[in-house]
Write a protein of this length. Structure first.
Length: 308
């Protein structure tokens, strides 16, 4: 496979996964802002999704509709949904002959849905949750179409690596910022709604209730998001799948590059696998998460160097 094609498939998948994470986070946080309007703050979402323009968006952080509008439709924000999906569509267009026609049509529909003026009307005048639900369904349609139409081979491997790399980075960023907020405000440790909204934004609320019977605690939340092998958005699950799909790219043509990158992926996977809540706290959660995040970015950089 040409390196240009591999790169486009990888980034296509990363951009779609990024949009999914942002949309789910926006939905839960907007609902939270309506329930606890006097205590709610958009600061964590702004820090994650503002694309380096925190000052610009901070001026509107008391207006939930404006924050949602900015993160969905503002062309000056590199992490807005409309910009992310435009980039995903451009990558898909460049490799259109390598992906299923149904998948291209699905992504094209997602792009035109984001541009639909009716969505802006929902955000400004009606119910922003309706607009977010429409877009989340587009993402789910994309994933269902990809799963049922794409061949299992190099193409699928590069797309899956991109998806799980992006997903792991998002989970770590959200966890890091949320626990920093707890450090600044220890009262949040006993705030049930705080942990509930964190888990809902990552799709882990129902699994948490099934796995832990003793109520909400920071240690259990940390264990679920970092170390639970059965949680699709945990760091452990993500890195395991990066390793699994990368192993399928092994070829005698690039064996030295493969070994180098495989070593780095295996090292990160082992580091997470042999961690526990106790060892993470002993090392310091922020330092631990920075190390994992740097490891993930390192894998991305080596993919760029060796394969793209």
């Amino acid at each position: 496979m040409l390196s240009r094609v591999a790169s486009s498939l990888y980034w296509l998948s990363r951009y779609v996964e990024r949009s999914d994470g942002i949309l789910r986070m926006l939905k839960i946080n907007y609902a939270s802002s309506q329930d606890t309007i006097h205590e709610f703050t958009w600061d964590p979402v702004i820090r994650i999704s503002s694309g380096g323009k925190e000052e610009e968006i901070s001026s509107m952080k008391n207006d939930s509709r404006k924050v949602v509008e900015y993160l969905l439709f503002n062309r000056d924000n590199p992490n807005s949904i409309i910009n992310i999906i435009t980039l995903a569509r451009e990558n898909a267009r460049s490799v259109q002959e390598h992906i299923a026609t149904d998948l291209w049509q699905c992504l094209n529909e997602y792009y035109h849905t984001v541009k639909d003026p009716k969505l802006l009307w929902y955000v400004q005048k009606d119910d922003p949750i309706t607009a977010l639900d429409i877009l989340i369904k587009q993402v789910m349609l994309y994933y269902g179409t990809a799963d049922s139409t794409m061949e299992r081979g190099e193409i699928r491997s590069f797309m899956s690596i991109g998806k799980y790399l992006e997903r792991s980075i998002q989970s770590i960023d959200i966890l890091d910022i949320k626990f920093i907020s707890v450090s600044d405000n220890p009262d949040l440790l006993t705030d049930t709604s705080y942990w509930k909204h964190l888990l809902l934004s990552l799709g882990g609320y129902e699994l948490y209730l099934k796995s832990y019977r003793g109520g909400f605690s920071d240690e259990n939340v940390l264990e679920l998001i970092m170390l639970n092998q059965d949680f699709p958005r945990s760091a452990k699950y993500g890195v395991h799948n990066i390793q699994r799909y990368f192993e399928r790219l092994k070829s005698e043509k690039n064996i030295e590059d493969y070994k180098s990158l495989s070593f780095n992926i295996g090292k990160l996977h082992s580091y997470i696998t042999y961690s526990s809540v106790y060892t993470i706290k002993e090392e310091g959660l922020h330092n631990y998460l920075v190390k994992i995040r740097n490891g993930l970015y390192g894998i991305g950089n080596l993919l760029q160097e060796y394969y793209f």
